[in-house]
Design a protein around this ligand. Structure first.
Ligand code: HEC
Length: 202
């Protein structure tokens, strides 16, 4: 076959191939969109799609599905102000009110073997890599992150469980907060464990 035909065929198919990549035409200017959409209601739901909102009612009236009153925020609604996530307990004590938290907070969990056993698992999972298995401030991460506190003795031996809870919840100095990873109930279990097992060294 003539070489020119082969080249021509290659160019035509390459152009066709590249042009077909552009499937996300909701987001491209109207003059660049394909002229004919086959069965458009297959692509554009009338319902308020949470992630693929079409908010351009002028150029794209048939696909428009912006939730009224939510303009500028797509179709994802923010929770109503002051909404509390189910199962979570709001915690209003600010980071710098450690002394207040230490004085006023009481551990709501009854101390028993099960709570201590669960506290130990949580401590091992969330604290031991920095504070060490026995709380000496000598976990493997402490070789890099200097100044990890010794929980087992020194000035911290007398701190309250509220103090420990607050530090886990809000963080302190070089220790970041852990409230997003450990729920309040589990933080109290850890506080019991630190107080009863790490500090009393049983
Ligand atoms: C990434 C390492 C790291 C992890 C994980 C970590 N800590 Fe800490 N922690 C620190 C460092 C560093 C300090 C010293 C903070 C400072 O004073 O700058 C500290 C300090 C503390 C203090 C003493 C605060 C004070 O009053 O001086 C307590 C109590 C404590 N951590 C408890 C915990 C508990 C309980 C956990 C597990 C839920 C935990 N930490 C997880 C690094 C860590």
């Amino acid at each position: 076959m003539n070489f020119t035909y082969i080249k021509l065929a290659l160019i035509v198919s390459a152009v066709g191939f590249l042009a077909s990549c552009n499937h996300n035409f909701d987001r491209i200017p109207v003059h660049q969109q394909p002229r004919v959409e086959f069965a458009p209601n297959m692509y554009h739901a009338e319902s308020y799609e949470p992630v693929s909102v079409i908010d351009d009612s002028v150029n794209f009236p048939e696909g428009y599905n912006q939730m009224p009153g939510n303009e500028g925020f797509g179709n994802l609604k923010l929770p109503v102000a002051n909404t509390i996530k189910r199962g979570s307990t709001p915690y209003h004590i600010s980071k710098d009110s450690l002394e207040f938290a230490a004085r006023t907070l009481q551990n709501p969990l009854v101390l028993n073997d099960q709570v201590l056993a669960e506290g130990e698992v949580l401590y091992t999972r969330f604290c031991a890599h920095c504070h060490g298995e026995t709380g000496g401030g000598d976990g493997p991460v402490s070789e890099k992150l200097k100044g990890v506190a010794n929980l087992s003795g020194g000035q911290l031996a007398t701190v309250s469980e509220g103090h420990i809870f607050h530090v886990i919840t809000r963080g302190k100095g070089r220790m970041l907060q852990h409230a997003s990873q450990i729920d309040a109930n589990d933080r109290w279990k850890i506080a019991h464990f630190v107080k009863e097992k790490i500090q009393k060294k049983q």
